[in-house]
Design a protein around this ligand. Structure first.
Ligand code: AMP
Ligand code: MG
Length: 487
């Protein structure tokens, strides 16, 4: 276990130089205080969890203090936003404080979001509000606990600093961690500004640090792109299987590591709705739940375009062609498991699609359906779940198909079935209304609800005593909360 001043830095991205990022100091928050910290994320830095409660913790992550070896930098990148190219974005309100490596030899970027203005702030104030910082914190850690790759969050620091959005709010900072903060948009920036040398430098950096095994391949850059395609296909399969809607899949919010990154108006589905649009500002539904699949490919094509100086167009096209089949195989595999199946049959895709259509038509809770399906034998479970459906004949037909399929799958005891299904079907997810309750309390200075919710979501598959209220369908007011980009 380490104290805060014992972190070991190795700032590899900063060393790439001023073409890649600009030195900027964090702008401190007034009266910084700990809102919530993640013990699991602290463990990744070998930090003693007790240090979160010390004043110096809030000072460091509230922008008042810096380690001597930190080199805070705002990164430059660009990207396609809602389909259109924006030539310059960059860290407008976040700073890469430095890279730390832990005792296991893993490197972690420490990125402070909400740290004040930078050369890339454009019209923005460089700040993040408490509400969006809490949402990013909870989502990062909840996704990780679900087994969905994501950037992590060490803590949220609250403050008295006034920040104007639609109304006056309070500024906060979230300390984000990832093995890299490089986005598709980093490659796009150097491609469209026609800086081939720097682009090659960036590609070498990513290859050496994050895809070293691709060096062994005859075409290392192509191997790296293929790996990025594969990771994205796997990631998006997980989002779709667990009902996660990212909300702003712009290419500047896509990580070259294939992790969930840059949270805005995200949501987990309550009722299953393939057409759900979680971002109130997304009028066309470009980033609706079901569109995430083709958008994943669109984004990879935008990255491919930026890689044309290094890789032939034919090879890029071939690698892009891997995306959809890989996505489908991963998705189907996850859905089979969610249905408790251990074998594969040709009709499984259709079994899943029929179920989703029925759920869509009846507004069935996506998370609770699968959890309850594993509570009992297939026959008993479908009999109990039947009441949730409007189209009873349709559900009965599906239930017959499912029961027959379960029978063919093999003989398992009730205990085996439950254990297997509960291990992949969470009881607790980050419902928008739960986050909202925690935010309202935090805005009035009570952080206990954020902390409790974070604790519950860190073990989403385990039933926790006294936490029944976190495993319910949302109340009516909580079903259609409007979440916009103004964070
Ligand atoms: P996002 O929608 O959070 O992914 O941000 C898109 C771009 O806008 C990025 O370049 C951000 O750094 C920038 N940005 C978002 N909010 C602010 C803000 N309050 N101040 C400065 N820049 C911002
Ligand atoms: Mg962003």
């Amino acid at each position: 276990m380490k104290a805060l001043d014992e972190l070991t830095f190795d700032n590899r991205f900063a060393r790439l130089g001023d073409a890649f990022s600009t030195h900027v100091l964090p702008e401190p928050l007034d009266a910084p205080r700990l809102v919530v910290a993640s013990e699991a994320a602290m463990a990744l830095l070998d930090l003693d969890p007790a240090v979160a409660e010390t004043p110096v913790f809030a000072e460091l992550f509230g922008g008042h203090k810096l380690w001597a070896e930190a080199e805070p930098r705002a990164m430059v990148y660009s990207g396609h936003q809602f389909g259109g190219y924006t030539p310059q974005l960059g860290d407008g309100r976040g700073l890469l404080l430095g890279e730390v490596y832990n005792q296991a030899g893993e490197h972690w970027d420490l990125h402070l979001k909400g740290a004040g203005m930078t050369p890339y702030s454009r019209m923005g104030d460089g700040r993040a509000v408490l509400r969006s910082s809490i949402r990013e914190f909870l989502a990062s850690e909840a996704l990780h606990a679900l087994g969905i790759p994501s950037s992590r969050a060490l803590c949220v620091i609250g403050s008295d600093t006034p920040v104007w959005r639609e109304k006056q709010e309070r500024g906060a900072m979230v300390l984000r961690m990832a093995h890299s903060h490089i986005r598709f948009g980093h490659f796009e920036y150097f491609y469209y500004t026609k800086k081939p040398e720097q682009q090659a430098q960036l590609a070498e950096h990513v290859l050496n640090l994050h895809y070293p095994e691709c060096r062994e391949q005859p075409e290392p850059y192509l191997a790296m792109f293929r790996e990025i395609v594969e990771r994205n296909a796997e990631l998006i399969a997980k989002w779709q299987a667990y009902g996660f809607c990212h909300g702003v899949m712009n290419t500047d919010n896509m990580s070259i590591l294939g992790i969930t990154f840059d949270f805005g108006p995200f949501a987990f589905l309550d009722d299953f709705d393939a057409h759900f649009i979680c971002n109130h500002s997304d009028h066309e539904g470009r980033y609706s739940f079901s569109n995430q699949v083709p958008i994943g490919q669109w984004n990879l094509s935008a990255l491919a375009q930026a890689l044309t100086p290094f890789i032939s167009v034919d090879a890029l096209k071939e690698a892009l062609g891997l995306y959809l089949p890989l996505y489908q195989a991963n998705y189907l595999d996850l859905m089979r498991r969610r249905l408790g199946l251990t074998t594969a049959e040709d009709d499984d895709q259709q079994l899943v699609e029929r179920l989703l259509k029925l759920m869509q038509n009846s507004g069935v809770d996506y998370t609770l359906f699968f959890r309850r399906l594993g509570d009992e034998s297939a026959a008993l479970a479908v009999a109990r779940l039947r009441d949730d459906f409007v189209d009873l004949a349709g559900f009965d037909a599906w239930a017959e198909q499912y029961k027959a399929r379960v029978e063919r799958d093999g003989e398992f005891s009730q205990e085996q079935r439950r254990a297997r299904m509960h291990a992949v079907n969470p009881l607790y997810i980050l419902r928008n209304y739960l986050a909202q309750n925690a935010i309202v309390a935090a805005e009035s200075g009570d952080y206990s609800e954020v902390r409790r919710l974070h604790a519950v979501l860190s073990k989403p598959f385990e039933e926790q005593a006294g936490m029944e209220q976190y495993a319910q369908r949302p109340p009516d007011w909580g079903k259609h909360l409007e979440i916009s980009c103004s964070s």
